[in-house]
Write a protein that binds this ligand. Sequence first.
Ligand code: NAP
Length: 341
Amino acid sequence: MIQPQSAPNTKSTNDINWGIIAPGKIAQKFATALQGVNGAALYSVASRDLSRAHAFADQFGFETVAADYDALISDPKVDVIYIASPHTFHTEQSIACLAGAKPVLCEKPMSINAKQAQSVFTAAKDNKTFYMEAVWTRFMPMLAKVREIIDSGRIGEIQTAQASFGIDVPFSPQHRLYEPKLAGGALLDVGIYTITFAQWLMQTPPEQITAAAQLGTTGVDERTAVILRYPEGQLLTLNSAINSKSNHEAWIFGSKGRIKMSAFWQCQEIALYPDGADGEQEIIKIPHRINGYEGEIEEVNRCLRAGKIESEIFPWSESLTVMQIMDEARRQIGLRYDCED
Ligand SMILES: NC(=O)c1ccc[n+]([C@@H]2O[C@H](COP(=O)([O-])OP(=O)(O)OC[C@H]3O[C@@H](n4cnc5c(N)ncnc54)[C@H](OP(=O)(O)O)[C@@H]3O)[C@@H](O)[C@H]2O)c1
């Protein structure tokens, strides 16, 4: 039974015991954040390779290691599991945790398609157990600031917006980003941030989705562009790539002004142009308290202490809409993964 949080900066039996499945690259950043979050304990790690679990546990100060993933799920002292494996394992591992009544924070994309995502939500509901997709972007304090500016009317009505997330990863057919068996490609890995940005901004599903892509030699989308049209005619242009770097900006263009969000998926700085092209530029900075992953961890802790199975800040319906948009985009660009058949 999870108890109310202990006083800040004190280790307590009321701390929430976190376990990690698949201690790879992103898990390292996550564990760094976990070290700095009050009320969260680094409890256990599970890897397919026990020596990797031990090395990770020693590096970050976890209390113990599990013999394997199943042992982590069945450990009664584990309060919540963070899943950090490649995309194709997320659905199955989430459902295994939920079936064992273990709350889950699972890396993005939560599944490969909307049908798989629905099966995860069903498992969470059936087992009355918390589930959230780990989209750290949704918990950046800057999002609340941008929303406040939009709601204040300073940039007027939203007319268009754009977001771009392109990285340049040297080609290797073994790299998970180029490997179709691991559901590689730009859209599911980095494009998801642009779609999540769109969904957060517009708060309603688009009425038209148009996608184009450059598929590479392994068959995955190396570059994808998506245009979303919303009911009042707003147009959002979203670009992603795994073989070409972009400026990583999001822009929101309103009838009276505009906002530039730098490195929008981990945004710590925005520029506000309240009076159109000729207006003065106002810079607003909100730095991460740790490394940016603290927000999603704190939200999970808050939800668990409140006995919730879903976050109202980042509800399942939002993850599902993002997945449905990506399903339609992939249908249009002709990208289907073997694991979907
Ligand atoms: N939120 C973010 O900012 C962010 C950033 C990067 C990535 N991600 C997401 O995090 C996930 C992992 O990305 P990553 O870059 O951390 O991956 P990674 O380092 O390549 O792999 C993570 C772990 O997954 C397991 N794994 C790797 N390849 C596997 C395979 N072929 N079969 C089964 N298990 C395998 C391994 O765990 P074991 O030790 O158990 O073998 C590995 O340590 C992806 O879904 C990605 O979208 C999120």
